[in-house]
Write a protein that binds this ligand. Structure first.
Ligand code: 5GP
Ligand code: ZN
Length: 112
């Protein structure tokens, strides 16, 4: 059985504060926000991390970025936001289902 928490959120088995949903992706607010605006966008298809993206998933990833542009505009922070995906433990990935953090609503500091 799939024990992935983001698959369970997509399926509605774990509650979440939904931002957006379509047939290919689901967006919801992060439970521990790091900025005034912080939501996650995940593909409905279980892809473990960014290192599993292939040409076959390129359209899906492009779609997710189009959704991010639309949502940030609707939420009023399209002028300045950051999209982050952590891949693997060295990058701090804690949930092994591909997700894009969308952060905004304040001046974001530099990172390394
Ligand atoms: P990562 O560290 O893997 O890049 O990001 C995982 C993110 O998922 C974290 O920012 C964490 O706060 C968020 N998260 C983990 N579990 C849940 C949950 O059950 N609900 C929500 N809304 N966010 C979660
Ligand atoms: Zn999953």
């Amino acid at each position: 059985m799939n024990n992935c928490i983001f698959c369970k959120i997509i399926a509605g088995e774990i509650p979440s504060k939904k931002v957006y949903e379509d047939d290919r992706c689901y967006a919801f607010y992060d439970i521990q926000p790091l900025a005034p605006q912080h939501f996650l966008v995940v593909p409905k298809q279980h892809i473990a991390a960014a290192n599993e993206i292939t040409e076959d998933s390129a359209a899906l990833v492009g779609h997710i970025f189009a959704v991010i542009a639309k949502l940030t505009a609707e939420l009023g922070f399209a002028d300045g936001f950051r999209v982050v995906t952590n891949c693997g433990e060295d990058a701090g990935q804690t949930v092994k289902h591909l997700h894009f953090h969308v952060l905004g609503g304040k001046t974001l500091g530099s990172f390394n």
